[in-house]
Structure formats: structure tokens, C-alpha cells
Design a protein around this ligand. Structure first.
Ligand code: SF4
Length: 484
């Protein structure tokens, strides 16, 4: 077991000159639980500087519940835009004064009362109790959950489990401060992707499940030789313009992958910002749907491809912008967004026809050279790949027909790379936005990297990255050895 006092002391020294998380800052500046609560509601899935600017605009108009009650929902949305999910948060904030009236117009300090307020989950409630009231609470967000597991201080699967475990073992003197310290530490050094272990003061860190960054001087050149391994990442971003506001470009840079494929971009190429199209070190390629704001795939590549092919040559599928393939000297890589069978399975037939056509297309590629197929397959293959298999047998993404196609696809000569390395349950890539499903890890594994069977041994590692937020899906990745 690590020495938690020593660890947190070293981190406090390390982050002393780092920026303070925005809700701590607002607490220090105002001592006002209402402002802390409002800023905390806005801060979820939003960069601190965006929350700070939105808070300033909103508080200039409404510093109290009574003043907030005078604003219309649309006005609140305009003031807080572009915080993540600003429409939903505007609705929560519009409802907040009425909800607070049950508590005499004051923000309550108890967790059970705080979680009755609109937009307030357990994490927000703990943060408000700790920051605004200086009362015992452990706010466990993704940074605290992730870093405590990296240290082996807890072994848990969800932030809620981490909170419960920490309540038993973390000395109370750290309850109030641990969140602020680990958020600043997680944002600056122990990052979700490629943490900077080479600069870390915790020299005896167990680094459980961590792949540290390579020191900049050790970086590979962009043009790789046959002995090198390439890193491929795939992410259904559920709207690339929306995820841009949640730090997408920084996430791509942090992964430092050779290929970064995206799906469900929901944008035409000419609707993308220059920052999105021209991430330093990459060329980007896009295949969009004819219908605006729908479907769409893309690939960022460090290496110039021999060719880029949009679609699979069948108009009814290609008009929906579902497949983009880059050809390199030693391999193909395809970014694929499989159709969703939709409510009442209205598009099941369409999806199954796409599945078969895509399989034919992929077999054609695999005859020529190794192929990596990545993306949102919109199917959980086996019971292990979703939390509630029995309940979902008749629903899109887990019908017997869709699972049978996945069986046929693998039997035809493709490999689900993640299951080469991991046979555990609870490994998901998509969670509903409803019912706090992600925090409870009620999810589905529907995003895959598949390779042709002959390339099985080229895959050195396959991973899921649930710590990366911004979409209802998380990224998946492989390390792939091209060449002979
Ligand atoms: S050594 Fe690496 S993994 Fe461990 S705390 Fe430091 S940055 Fe994080």
C-alpha cells in the first residue's frame, strides 16, 4: 500500500503553482454556496476556462436564486454557451430556484438533499458540500477515481465504488482537499492519456494499468520502419463540432497516435474549423453524409496515405458517409460507422445489408494486404459485452440477427482484437446519457478494432479508454506492427 500522506504532500507541492480548479476559485472568491453550486453544475464535461467565462457572464445577470428565477431558459443558454451540454444545463439552472425553495431558498449542505436538485449528481453534491461548506465529503470525479486506481490505493470499477472505498481508508484530513489536488495533478501531469511519468515526483508509483508517454526526445519519426509499432485510435465522437468544445484537439494530441479515426462526425468537411481540419502533425480525411448533421467518418493520419477511398461503392450506404479507407504501403485502415437498427428495429434490414456489404468489402481489402477495421459497429457481440444481455435481446444492437452477423464476420476471417487481450466483463465503450449510466458503468461494448486473421500477431495491444469523456462513446485503440 502506498504512503498516502507522502503522496498527497508531494502532489500539493507539485501543483502549488498550477491553476486552481474553477469551483475552488469561486468558493475562495465569493464564499457563496449558490455560486459554487451553479459553477459546479456548469463545470461538468467543460474546460475550466470555459466554465469561468460562462460563470462570469451568468453571475453578471443573476447572483442569487431570485435573480436567476427572472431569466428565461433561452437567455440562460445564451449566457452559458459553450459549456458542455449547455441546453440541458440551462434547463437545470432554470429549475434551480424553484427546487431551492424547498430549502428556504438556500443551498443545502447535506448530500441527500443536494442530489434532489436538478443537474446535481453525487459527484457535484460532494464537491459543493466540500468546497462551499468545508464539510466532510470526498468528491470522486474521473481524476480521483483513475489516479487512486493507478496507485493501487483502491481497486474499483466506478467513481461511486471509489468514493465508498475511500470513505473507509482515506484519513479524514484529506477528504476536503483530495479532489482539488488530484484534479490539478490529473490535468497537468498524471493525464488520462500518456501521463508524464518522466517528470513525476512520485518515483515509486506502482503505475497500475498505465502507459506513460515517451519522452519527447524519444519520439518516433512520423515515417515508420517495418520494425516499429503504430498506434491506432478510434472514437465515435457523437458530433465532432460538439466534442471540439470539450477539448478534442488536445485529446488527439495527447494520444499522439499515428492514426486517429473518428465516427459520427455529424458535419460536412466545409463545416469544420481550421483547428479541427489541421491538427499539427496530421493530415485529415473525411467522408460525410449527404444529409447535413448526420453520420460521417474521418481519419487523421501522421503518414501520407497512398490513397483515400470514400465509401464501399454502394450508393445507398455511401450517401450516409459510413466508411473511409486509407491505403498505406503495408496495410489498409478503415473508419466505419455501422448503421443503428433504430427504435422498433426499423432499420434492422438496412443494417444487416450494410453488414454483409461491408464484410465483402473488407474481405476484398484483406486479399491485398493487412487491414485494420475500426469504428462503431453498433452491435454488442456476446453477453459479456453489455451489462444487461437478457433485457436487451429484442433491442437495436443486440438482436440475434445482429449478433449472428458478427459471428459470421469473425468466422469469415476477422479478429476482435480487444478480446485477444481482455476477457473481463464490464469493459464497455458506450453508455446511455440517461440514468447516470456511465458513472454506474451500465454500458455496451460496441466499438471495435478488428483485423484480418493473418494480421492477428501484428496486434501488440488493444485497449479501451473509458476515462476519455466528451462523447457517449469512449475511444478504443490498438498497437499494430505493419510490414513483414
Ligand atoms: S508516476 Fe505516472 S502514473 Fe504514477 S502518478 Fe506519476 S504521472 Fe501518474
Amino acid at each position: 500500500m502506498i504512503d498516502i500522506d507522502k503522496y498527497l504532500e508531494k502532489i500539493a507541492a507539485f501543483v502549488a503553482d498550477k491553476k486552481t480548479p474553477i469551483v475552488d476559485l469561486i468558493a475562495v472568491q465569493t464564499k457563496d454556496p449558490f455560486k459554487v453550486l451553479v459553477a459546479t453544475i456548469m463545470s461538468a464535461r467543460t474546460k475550466d476556462e470555459v466554465t469561468a467565462a460562462a460563470s462570469a457572464r451568468l453571475f453578471a445577470k443573476a447572483e442569487t436564486p431570485a435573480e436567476l428565477d427572472r431569466l428565461a431558459e433561452e437567455e440562460i443558454a445564451t449566457l452559458i454557451k459553450p459549456v458542455g451540454f449547455f441546453h440541458s444545463k440551462a434547463k437545470y439552472l432554470r429549475e434551480l430556484p424553484t427546487a431551492l425553495s424547498k430549502f428556504g431558498g438556500q443551498v443545502p449542505a447535506e448530500i441527500d438533499e443536494l442530489v434532489t436538485l436538478p443537474g446535481v449528481g453525487r459527484k457535484t453534491a460532494n464537491l459543493v458540500r466540500a468546497v462551499a461548506f468545508d464539510l466532510p465529503a470526498i468528491c470522486v470525479d474521473t481524476h480521483v477515481h483513475r489516479i487512486m486506481n493507478i496507485w493501487g490505493y483502491v481497486t474499483t470499477k466506478t467513481p461511486l465504488e471509489t468514493e465508498m472505498a475511500l470513505r473507509k481508508i482515506l484519513p479524514p484530513r484529506h477528504w476536503l482537499t483530495v479532489n482539488g489536488l488530484l484534479v490539478a495533478f490529473g490535468q497537468s501531469l498524471c493525464k488520462p492519456v500518456s501521463p508524464h511519468c518522466d517528470e513525476c515526483p512520485l518515483t515509486d508509483c506502482p503505475k497500475i494499468g498505465v502507459r506513460p508517454r515517451k519522452k519527447p526526445t524519444e519520439k518516433r519519426s512520423a515515417m515508420l520502419t517495418t520494425s516499429n509499432t503504430l498506434k491506432f485510435v478510434s472514437w465515435n465522437v457523437n458530433g465532432i463540432r460538439a466534442v471540439e468544445k470539450k477539448g478534442f484537439v488536445d485529446i488527439v494530441k495527447a494520444f499522439d497516435a499515428d492514426i486517429f479515426a473518428v465516427q459520427e462526425t455529424k458535419a460536412q468537411a466545409d463545416q469544420l474549423s481550421e483547428e479541427l481540419k489541421n491538427i499539427a502533425g496530421y493530415r485529415s480525411f473525411w467522408h460525410s453524409a449527404e444529409r447535413k448533421g448526420y453520420s460521417g467518418v474521418g481519419i487523421y493520419s501522421k503518414m501520407p496515405p497512398l490513397s483515400a477511398r470514400e465509401g464501399i461503392g454502394i450508393a445507398e450506404f455511401d450517401s450516409e458517409g459510413r466508411v473511409l479507407t486509407l491505403e498505406f504501403a503495408d496495410f489498409y485502415v478503415s473508419s466505419i460507422y455501422f448503421p443503428n437498427s433504430a427504435e422498433e428495429l426499423k432499420r434492422l434490414d438496412f443494417k444487416l445489408r450494410f453488414d454483409e456489404a461491408l464484410q465483402e468489402f473488407a474481405l476484398g481489402l484483406a486479399e491485398k494486404k493487412p487491414v485494420a477495421l475500426c469504428g462503431d459497429f453498433n452491435v454488442a457481440h456476446k453477453p459479456i459485452d453489455l451489462t444487461y444481455p437478457e433485457k436487451n435481446r429484442k433491442f437495436a444492437g443486440y438482436t440475434p440477427e445482429e449478433c449472428a452477423w458478427m459471428d459470421r464476420f469473425l468466422a469469415a476471417g476477422f479478429v476482435d482484437t480487444f478480446r485477444l487481450f481482455n476477457q473481463e466483463s464490464g469493459q464497455y465503450t458506450w453508455w446511455s446519457f440517461r440514468s447516470n449510466a456511465r458513472a454506474k458503468n451500465i454500458g455496451w461494448r460496441i466499438d471495435y478494432f478488428c483485423v484480418d486473421a493473418k494480421s492477428r500477431d501484428r496486434v501488440q495491444m488493444a485497449s479501451i479508454h473509458p476515462e476519455i469523456i466528451g462523447s457517449d462513446h469512449c475511444p478504443v485503440s490498438i498497437e499494430f506492427r505493419p510490414g513483414k
